[in-house]
Ligand binder design. Structure first.
Ligand code: NI
Length: 136
């Protein structure tokens, strides 16, 4: 009888074996607001979850679009010429170079898609600038 050779515990098994991601499980791992956590990667992009409450800072990402997909709660993406109101299952892409300021009256959980290394406060900096963290 031919035994299939044991697969060595190579990088492909230990590190890169595809796994499903449960967003609610990831959201249960942290409580802080305005601190996105990476939960996946798509080519050079990171998929992040974040909790939001209150008003962020006005800022711009000069080099990239930024996708917000609301999971729970209601989020307003303030732009200089309109407010975009998002509920669960709704998404909005802030075009690159467009100034924006997210605002959440209650707690919001959202998913973000943006290139690796994007700073959450964009050009504004300041106290709300988050250190990149990963839950992968
Ligand atoms: Ni932004």
């Amino acid at each position: 009888m031919l035994l299939r050779p044991a697969t060595p515990l190579g990088k492909s098994d230990r590190v890169n074996k595809p796994q499903k991601v449960n967003l609610q499980d990831k959201l249960a791992l942290f409580a802080e607001h305005w601190s996105p956590k990476a939960v996946g990667r798509l080519n050079d992009y990171e998929i992040k979850v974040v909790k939001l409450q209150g008003e962020f800072v006005w800022h711009t990402h000069e080099d990239t679009d930024e996708l917000f997909l609301v999971i729970d709660g209601r989020l307003t993406i303030q732009l200089r010429d309109q407010d975009v109101e998002l509920g669960p299952g709704e998404m909005f892409v802030v075009p690159r170079g467009v100034e924006h300021c997210p605002k959440a009256d209650g707690q919001v959980a959202a998913l973000l898609i943006e290139p690796e290394g994007v700073v959450n406060t964009g050009d504004a900096g300041g106290a709300l600038t988050a250190t990149p963290e990963s839950l992968v």
